[in-house]
Design a protein around this ligand. Sequence first.
Ligand SMILES: Nc1nc2c(c(=O)[nH]1)N[C@H]1C(S)=C(S)[C@@H](COP(=O)(O)O)O[C@H]1N2
Ligand SMILES: [Mo]
Length: 413
Amino acid sequence: MKASKTPQALSRRAALRKGLAVAGGAALLPSGLGALLWARPETARAAAPTIDLLKDKPGLRLLGDRPLNAETPAHLLNDFVTPASKLFVRNNGVPPVNTDPGNWMLEITGEACERPQRFSIDELKARFEVVTRHLVLECGGNGRSEFRPRVSGNQWTTGAVGCPLWTGVRLADVLKAVVAPNAVYVGYESADTHLSGDPKKQPISRGIPIEKALEDDCLLAFEMNGAPIPDVHGAPLRLIAPGYPGSASGKWLTTLLIRDRIHDGAKMTGSSYRVPCEPVAPGTKVPDEAMCIIEAMPVKSLITAPRSGLSLEAGEPLSLSGHAWSGAGAITEVALSTDFGASWQTARLGAAENRFGWQRFEHTVTLPGPGYYEIWARATDEAGATQPMLVPGWNPKGYLNNAAHRIAVQVLA
Ligand SMILES: Nc1nc2c(c(=O)[nH]1)N[C@H]1C(S)=C(S)[C@@H](COP(=O)(O)O)O[C@H]1N2
Ligand SMILES: [Mo]
């Protein structure tokens, strides 16, 4: 066709060739999931002083260094328990410098707190049962890069998720003794500072409804994977509110506010971590009063092996694995397609370690002959919700994209 000879088409092809060169010939990705996964490794050197991304988290993709944000390529998330070296980083401000656990105090106060309390970390450990849980942490904006029209914010692809082991005390145990009957929400305050340097501004101060806070699953965590929480992940104390967007899991936690109203801290209002209460057409400007706070995260899955771009010999069986999770509870099924969704096969599905832990799936397929294939994964949760094939519900800040994950595979002739 004539069109293929336009300068635009030529430059697009040139760009594609460049992309392939960067990836050492392995940049085979389903359309829409650009060659981003291999881009910009050299810029990781510019990471904030608190963390050397290349050394501490090799292979992560830097999205920005002030604040520091980095995501994990899908093929690095194959561990059932996500190691610190592979956990994404999402910062809204400047992390605190002094995170000495010996001096750290947690204050519990607010209009609906019957008796304000202060605890050192040692007091928390001594007063309340210490538990370990395998809990998914996923940014509400994970998948944002796929929304059209594009939306502002970190252009996460699929890698703002992980499932480490968290050790701490139950938030509910700490709150129960002091919650007043009129409590509505628990907000958090943290020791990180605003990017502007203005001490009166907080980078983020979000929270969770009191009902969620009083369930058994939320933790005040001081360890990750059996070691003190790394600085960048909120040392020495953070909230883990599993099943909710990651932004509810306050890092560097200094204060819990038991509120008699919905918490109104930084990033609780406007379009932050909120979506239109009713579906809107892509690109719609939505007034604040028509926006609702994100609560449970939707059902999702990720193919973590093989890495997208694999080449196979004809007839060679292909072992697939990955993880599935949902803010609604357990996953009941993961189905895989090798023919663009025309037919589906059920994968073997492992149990969760506990509520809100991700579940492993495994499956082996043999592709019918030489050529290009995509593997699609689609999870269903106990509430009966299933992942959509295409990007769902456009919203002004690009949250909650739980479209089926796809990888590309080539069978050689
Ligand atoms: N104090 C504080 N807590 C925070 C944030 C932050 O910037 N400051 N970011 C939130 C967001 S948006 C996410 S997705 C998770 C990311 O946690 P991680 O960096 O440990 O992966 O932390 C949440 N807790
Ligand atoms: Mo987030």
